[in-house]
Design a protein around this ligand. Structure first.
Ligand SMILES: [Zn+2]
Length: 379
């Protein structure tokens, strides 16, 4: 058993879950489980499938051989959660395995397919970035990027006609490219969407979301749970796009809307709020009337330990220059893990000490305070 056995297990499970747990099990998973049966010593190897699935839900560090756990995986979490990949396993699979430029050669067709899905978005993005840097109409490229990004965050179930209508006249984005980020819904099938976490799926007769650690109540009567009725040409977001673009985008757009509202109310103090400036160099840029500029990036990670290595100084050249920079964490995350921000600060070695780390609620307060100060100064 070499170090990549862990990745084999994760890939095998990802494929298993994608096939909805149907037989036959992916070859890779069977292989990984056979190896696991030989290696596991911390607990007795389960005799039944139910027992095995229950084990795979437990924190990895309690049963998996420690020396074989990938260092990028947070072993406080399990691999499965309620019949799907756990949030951490999903993150690891998409961010650490799929995002590698070269997939391991044992990755099978299903994983290759997921990687290609992911590439579709990357390709549009790099084309836009290139045009932004080399073209003489960066404003148009920027506008189209925001149009696409917001569309993917807000339209989880569009029709083909809707996609075509929105991207009919875009100069840098083809509507077929956007179509590639969605797949057809099954005819007459009922679909569900959650305002807070996107498309839902049914598991054991109940609606489940992709992010159970913060959004786990999906009773059909709740106002944020929406029923999607099938209609001709209905499509749904591909899983990888849901996980990597739509889901992290929800708190970004939420904060943007709040700030845009403040900007409308106090245009004399808060001159502008830009979303994804410079084709997503960071999430938000706030320009105040005293010529100061704030740069903001929103990061929604369950574990501060996994987030810390991703925190680097925000890009600040040219129009993206800023006076203060902020990494903003949705408050739900801070409520779940004690001392989240302290851990994050301590672990984020690459981050200059001037960068602020705070919750979305506290950030909003800071903006309001700044506006108040500027109003007082003017009077
Ligand atoms: Zn939800």
């Amino acid at each position: 058993m070499d170090i990549s056995e862990f990745d084999r297990l994760v890939i095998g499970l990802a494929e298993f879950v994608r096939r909805d747990g149907k037989y036959p099990y992916p070859e890779l998973l069977r292989h990984a489980l056979n190896k696991l049966a030989l290696e596991i010593t911390a607990v007795p190897y389960p005799r039944t499938l139910t027992g095995l699935l229950a084990l795979l839900e437990k924190p990895v560090k309690t049963w998996y051989p420690k020396r074989l756990i990938a260092k990028e995986f947070d072993s406080d979490f399990g691999l499965l959660y309620e019949g799907g990949l756990s949030e951490e396993a999903n993150r690891y699979f998409y961010e650490e395995i799929i995002a590698r430029t070269k997939l391991p050669d044992y990755a099978t067709a299903v994983t290759q397919e997921i990687a290609i899905e992911n590439l579709h978005f990357q390709r549009i993005l790099s084309h836009l970035q290139e045009s932004y840097n080399n073209d003489n109409e960066p404003e148009i490229v920027q506008r189209e990027y925001i149009l696409l990004r917001r569309f993917l965050i807000e339209n989880r179930y569009p029709t083909t006609a809707q996609i075509r209508k929105v991207f009919l006249k875009t100069k840098y984005i083809k509507n077929e490219e956007v179509g590639n980020l969605y797949e057809d819904c099954e005819i007459e099938e009922l679909y569900w969407d959650c305002d807070r976490c996107g498309p839902l799926f049914k598991k054991y007769g109940q609606l489940r979301g992709i992010k159970p650690s913060v959004c786990n109540d999906h009773r059909q009567s709740l106002p944020y749970v929406k029923k999607i009725t099938w209609q001709h040409g209905l499509r749904h977001l591909k899983f990888g796009i849901h996980l990597r673009i739509c889901l992290p985008g929800i708190p970004e757009i939420r904060l943007f809307e709040i700030l845009a509202e403040l900007q409308r109310k106090f245009p004399q103090q808060l001159c502008s709020v830009h979303l994804y400036p410079g084709i997503d160099r960071y999430d938000l840029q706030l320009c105040f009337c005293d010529q100061t500029t704030w740069a903001v990036d929103i990061k929604d990670y369950q574990s501060p330990y996994k987030l810390a290595p991703k925190l680097t100084p925000l890009f600040g050249e040219g129009d993206l220059r800023y006076d203060e920079s902020f990494y903003v964490i949705p408050i739900e995350r801070l409520q779940q893990t004690e001392n989240y921000l302290e851990i994050l600060r301590e672990q984020a070695a690459k981050l200059p000490s001037g960068t602020h780390l705070l919750s979305d609620a506290v950030f909003e307060e800071r903006v309001i305070n700044k506006i108040e100060r500027l109003r007082e100064g003017n009077s």
